[in-house]
Design a binder for this molecule. Structure first.
Ligand SMILES: [Zn+2]
Length: 266
């Protein structure tokens, strides 16, 4: 069967001397695998189109849904040029691609996750603040997976966070947090700690982001570190694995990325 899809390239792996296998995200079929035969031969014009993070139009042949598709034709829809010029933005984009890839099983369509990744790439490709794009994508990926964190009140006593309390103890499996007094009485002494003002600022950021402005708010290094830790720990529980690029975006959140990691290491 010949299929036509728009797609974002999430990952590529070399296969034989001349072919390459790609993991793609499509709106209609979700995450799919395709092989581009002869792609690595010199003079194949598809090489520059089939690059990770490119947004493409694809025609491919697939015998059955569980088999690898074979690329017939491809053309570039968008290249996100400024992603490749800035280390932090490229790293953030690669992390978003990895996160969305791990959120999905093969052939499990999620047009909203597709839209989320495309939105993130457009923002990063248009000089958006990489930290803010990361926090936005992490929050929305959790929402779309059904793990939206409930953070407006203590899940035990139901109280909104008292001003005298500084910390929330977030319990990933329950998707909610405990206030300090409930936490001290609880048998469950685990939880991701996060400062209440940081969580309030995240909520405000998400509100302004809904109106289309992701760059209106700046997080301090300390707040970014806290949010990095929160999302990292929470996603690790939800996805049941640690994302490969997670340690690298930690450095991005700590704003010490420049020249820190050789590209070949990723
Ligand atoms: Zn409480």
């Amino acid at each position: 069967m010949i299929l036509k899809q728009e797609a974002i390239i999430l990952r590529s792996v070399e296969y034989s001397d001349s072919s390459q296998i790609f993991t793609l995200l499509t709106p209609e079929y979700g995450k799919i695998g395709v092989m581009a035969k002869g792609l690595r031969k010199s003079k194949n014009h598809q090489q520059s189109i089939m690059e990770v993070l490119n947004y493409i139009d694809l025609v491919y042949y697939q015998k059955t849904q569980n088999q690898l598709g074979i690329v017939k034709e491809c053309s570039l829809k968008y290249y996100f040029p400024s992603l490749r010029d800035d280390w932090g933005r490229l790293l953030a984009a690669l992390y978003c691609a990895e996160l969305i890839r791990e959120c999905l099983e093969d052939n499990d369509p999620s047009p909203k996750l597709f839209q989320l990744l495309r939105f993130a790439l457009y923002k990063l490709g248009n000089l958006g603040n990489p930290q803010n794009v990361l926090f936005y994508v992490q929050t929305h990926a959790l929402n779309l997976l059904g793990f939206s964190p409930k953070l407006d009140q203590c899940m035990e006593c139901g109280q909104e966070w008292p001003a005298s309390h500084q910390m929330i103890y977030f319990l990933p499996k329950e998707c909610g947090g405990l206030c300090e007094s409930c936490h001290s009485q609880s048998h469950n002494k685990h939880g991701i700690t996060i400062q209440i003002p940081t969580m309030m600022k995240l909520a405000m950021f998400l509100q302004t982001a809904r109106q289309g402005s992701l760059d209106a708010m700046q997080f301090t290094t300390k707040e970014s570190q806290e949010l990095y830790h929160f999302f990292d720990q929470y996603l690790q529980v939800v996805l049941d694995k640690k994302l490969r690029l997670s340690p690298y975006i930690k450095q991005l959140c700590e704003q010490s990325i420049e020249g820190a990691i050789p590209l070949a290491k990723l």
